[in-house]
Write a protein that binds this ligand. Sequence first.
Ligand code: DAK
Length: 257
Amino acid sequence: MKYIQLTEQYRPYVSLIQLNRPKELNALNMELMQELQQTLTTLDADTNVRVIIITGNEKAFAAGADIKQMADKKTIDMVAIDQFKTWDLIKKTKKPLIAAVSGFALGGGCELAMTCDMIVASETAKFGQPEIKIGIMPGAGGTQRLTKAIGKAKAMEMVLTGSFISAEEALNYGLINKIVPVELYLEETAKLAETIAAMSPVAAQLAKEAVNRAFETHLDEGLHFERKNFYLTFSSEDQKEGMKAFIEKRNPEYQGK
Ligand code: DAK
């Protein structure tokens, strides 16, 4: 793979995907996005993987979609290329995804981080939707996910002025899970991933799906969905193992079944 690096067992049951276009601040060109989508699809089907981390490097998680690749495109070209197909498949990843963000997470980079289920940020992280400055607007969920995460006032300000927010602001607004020193951001993300990877992968996937439903449905429908997934956990061996282990005062050994 050209634009991403994969470490399959970065930790037990935890895979690490590193976006790897450092000179371009990990600008998300179409090839990179396709590699990312294909890798996620493969990892999603791999029973040795329970949690996936997506990261960039210290300077940039990703500075957005590749402006140079989009600059001369017309609407008809964008429709024909249909990049949404790739983005939609990424969104469908069933396993928990954690973004480990340092430096710039802008435009499509911020949207990619928000597509993940959690965000761990280094103290140098900067989040923004600066598309307005180049005559476009967010196209991969920015206006929706950012607004739901941080509220209308701040989202509107970011989307209309293109201004960035610091890691500290992002934490205060509820966009990210935690801030850690830059030299520890990957390590701390790995710890979080390991904690989740120790849980039943069946329960983790059903729970992720149910939390995400909260954003997509009205309360009654969301509660109904939650109830369905709750019942489903009782058809897993992991549920039997988890409860048995508790009663026997030992650590559970989950098989993902
Ligand atoms: N695209 C292409 N190249 C980029 C880039 C980008 N988004 N961001 C940075 N680069 C390149 C720079 O051109 C430069 O390349 P060279 O000149 O060395 O060849 C290199 O990376 C280093 O960047 P700088 O020299 O600018 O570095 P600085 O530290 O001075 O500034 C910066 C860092 C992040 C503030 C600056 O690079 C910047 O403003 N970058 C652009 C940020 C931006 O506007 N991002 C939003 C892009 S629009 C869609 C899905 C998603 C999207 C669209 C459609 N579909 C599913 C259809 C998303 C759209 C966007 O993200």
